[in-house]
Design a protein. Structure first.
Length: 277
């Protein structure tokens, strides 16, 4: 081998080694940029933690898991987790403790403002060590009206003279919760073109039978009950049993629910992430 050929081969080998080392250094720097000072991995977007209330009815947990699967399918690559306020595992503090990120967006799977949204969820998040942004409650929103209308259609809804709707919700002592539910009833009334009265399964009034009687006194004879619940459970079952005509299924895994969860999530993202979305 000539001296010039030997020098050429050596130079090529060094160039290849340098290229490899540069590539390794670049990849290492990229990986380190995803790790915060406390060792947690930074995600390009914070995880979405859906916060459900929890229920003793096994159908509720199954339904919520199905809804989260719809969210994952709609936003591939997003870390979507579930945490409960009570009754079901995982509880929200446990979910936050298991995150690979030091920040998260918490979206309540709750249909109106109330104690859980204002106090319980923020307090649980504050004790976690995770920088958590808590999104607004889901309602009121046109996506909910879309889901309510579709559920009524599935139950056999048809607008005829004398038709009306009772919007059956869980109930809350918080006046803002009642305001939110009333706004949803107004939006649904506009969509259906019939009167819609709110009713509550607990805490607040009127009850479903009381709302039905009120509508009957106004001359309505075909009164449907729209289940304003995120999943099956005791309250939804009790309200359904009080329906004088058709009753819709809970909102459940309706596609609009998945879109709404992502909408609430996106509204909590920093401007830099919204710009990149």
């Amino acid at each position: 081998m000539t001296a010039s050929k030997h020098l050429h081969d050596e130079s090529t080998s060094l160039d290849s080694t340098a290229t490899l080392m540069n590539r390794i250094s670049s990849q290492l720097a990229s990986q380190l940029s995803l790790v915060s000072l406390d060792g947690r991995r930074r995600a390009t977007q914070p995880p979405l933690v859906v916060v459900a209330h929890g229920s003793r009815d096994p159908r509720a947990l199954s339904t919520v898991r199905g809804l989260l699967q719809r969210v994952r399918e709609a936003r591939p690559g997003l870390d979507v987790r579930l945490g409960h306020i009570e009754l079901n595992a995982p509880l929200l503090p446990d979910t936050l403790a298991e995150l690979d990120s030091d920040e998260a967006v918490l979206v309540p799977l709750l249909l109106s403002r109330g104690y859980h949204v204002k106090r319980d969820i923020p307090e649980m998040a504050a004790g976690s060590g995770v920088r958590a942004r808590v999104a607004d409650a889901l309602g009121p929103h046109p996506y909910l009206v879309e889901a309510l209308r579709d559920r009524l259609d599935e139950a056999g809804w048809g607008r005829t003279p004398g038709t009306a709707v009772v919007l059956a919700a869980a109930g809350s002592r918080d006046p803002e919760s009642r305001t939110d539910t009333g706004r949803t009833a107004s939006l649904l009334s506009e969509r259906l073109g019939v009167p819609v009265l709110t009713a509550y399964a607990s805490t607040a009034g009127p009850t479903v039978p009381e709302a039905v009687e009120r509508l009957r006194s106004l001359g309505h004879r075909r009164i449907a009950v729209a289940s304003y619940f995120t999943a099956p459970g005791r309250f939804a079952t009790e309200c359904a049993a009080q329906a004088p005509w058709i009753v819709s299924a809970p909102l459940g895994t309706h596609p609009a629910m998945a879109r709404l969860l992502l909408h609430r999530y996106d509204r909590c993202l920093p401007d830099r992430m919204n710009a990149a979305a």
